[in-house]
Design a protein around this ligand. Structure first.
Ligand code: DCP
Ligand code: MG
Length: 403
């Protein structure tokens, strides 16, 4: 046996946390996301809402139409992050390597600790019991010989499930007649391409591997491998510097045509991005601006730069790109930094020597914030920390939009 991997995924994560903390919600359809009278989407919903067809990512108006009697609630990200830290702490104790995929989801390499599948089953039970006893939440666990199979297994008996897929043969047997989408790497677009060539099930992929490769190239090769149960990927401990980018975005409740306002929003987004980068000790060497227009078309523009070690640099780059894109009404605006690397020792370069304060980022940032404060009657002094919270950022941006 090469490896034994556990995949664990919380059931209806955000919703379950809210139900745990307010038992009057138990047994009711609960939708976490925007409120029905707002713009936005469903983050998740309780299992009671799922028979009505409510799903993550669905427009909130659609969710309301499907299930008007549900309770609708805003998410409380700080709380979920705190719970997430506790979850991963419990899970990590049972693995020689663990890879957090999301707040509520991880791969654990339990090969050493478990020795065999009996041992892994025991670990899976313990993880489920401790997650429930200590945090009051249920999860679903998959035990398997590979990452793909472990993820499939954890889905299999959701919610509060536990399922094993010990061998490639067992994996193939389980999924062979299912839709190609059962393989997680097959997204909507790839699936459409496969369907149009008459490839609908995993069996079809196995029977026509050449077609799959022709249609999807390198990704197609990978898909034919996992359709045969082959997946040797290791559990690689998550390291923040492996993240491809750090970004923040906001969706407006009403489209914005005022590009001065958009620029002011960029100041706040840049601050948030810089704050997150600082917390994980990274800086970028490029800035990306993303816009979604009122017709849902998205564009992004990128610029490389020496270093994104201050919010002012990020803002300047993003504002330049915004100036260059015209003036259609905007629904969403986002900023991110990429090409991330660890913070290095500050080097005294000649640049630094001859820099006579003209580039004083602190002063420029203060000037930018003072201007925002005046324009929107907001007091940022000593309040900046709050902006980093997703909810406050959204509220502030909405407030700015209405003024
Ligand atoms: N999430 C989100 N937007 C999405 C998908 C998910 O905000 N489009 C958030 C809310 C979820 C959490 O991430 O609670 C975890 O995502 P999952 O896909 O694991 O969904 P759930 O845990 O909510 O439900 P399930 O029981 O199906 O895992
Ligand atoms: Mg989940």
């Amino acid at each position: 046996m090469d490896q034994i991997i556990i995949h664990v995924d919380m059931d209806a994560f955000y919703a379950s946390v809210e139900i745990r903390d307010d038992p009057s919600l138990r047994g009711k359809p609960l939708v976490i996301g925007s409120l029905p009278n707002e713009r936005g989407v469903v983050a998740t919903c309780s299992y009671e809402a799922r028979p009505f067809g409510v799903r993550s990512g669905m427009n909130i108006k659609e969710a309301y139409r499907l299930c008007p009697h549900a309770v609708f609630m805003h998410p409380n990200f700080e709380k979920y992050k705190a719970v997430s830290r506790q979850l991963h702490e419990i899970w990590n104790t049972y693995a020689s390597a663990s890879q957090a995929i999301a707040l509520d989801e991880a791969y654990l390499d339990v090969t050493e600790q478990a020795k065999d599948f009996d041992g892994a089953r025991e670990i899976a039970r313990t993880i489920k019991r401790r997650t429930l006893d200590e945090l009051g939440l249920t999860c679903s666990v998959g035990v398997a010989y590979s990452k793909t199979a472990a993820k499939t297994a954890s889905e299999e008996k959701k919610p509060d499930g536990c399922f094993e897929i010990p061998t490639p043969e067992a994996f193939v047997d389980l999924i062979i007649d299912r839709d190609v989408r059962v393989l997680y790497t097959v997204g909507e677009k790839s699936a459409e391409k496969l369907y149009s060539a008459g490839i609908r099930t995993v069996r079809d992929i196995r029977e026509k591997p050449d077609d799959v490769v022709r249609l999807l190239g390198k990704q197609g090769r990978w898909i034919t491998q996992i359709a045969n149960g082959i997946d040797d990927r290791k559990v690689t401990p998550y390291r923040p510097e492996e993240a491809k980018s750090i970004g923040r975005e906001v969706t407006f409740q009403k489209d914005v045509s005022d590009y001065d306002l958009l620029k002011d929003v960029l100041v706040l987004l840049s601050l948030c991005v810089q704050h997150r980068a600082e917390r994980v000790g990274l800086h970028g060497k490029g800035v990306t601006l993303k816009l979604t227009y009122s017709d849902m078309k998205s564009i992004s523009r990128s610029r490389t730069c020496y270093s994104t070690d201050s919010a002012v640099t990020i803002y300047r780059e993003a504002a330049l790109m915004l100036d260059a894109v015209g003036n259609r009404p905007v629904r969403l605006i986002g900023v991110s930094i990429y090409n991330l690397s660890q913070e290095e020792e500050t080097q005294l370069t000649f640049d630094g020597f001859f820099d006579s304060g003209a580039d004083d980022h602190d002063a420029e940032l203060k000037a930018l914030l003072d201007r925002l404060g005046e324009r929107y009657h907001l007091d940022f002094a000593g309040n900046l920390e709050k902006i980093y919270k997703v909810e406050t950022l959204h509220r502030t941006v909405e407030y700015m939009r209405r003024h």
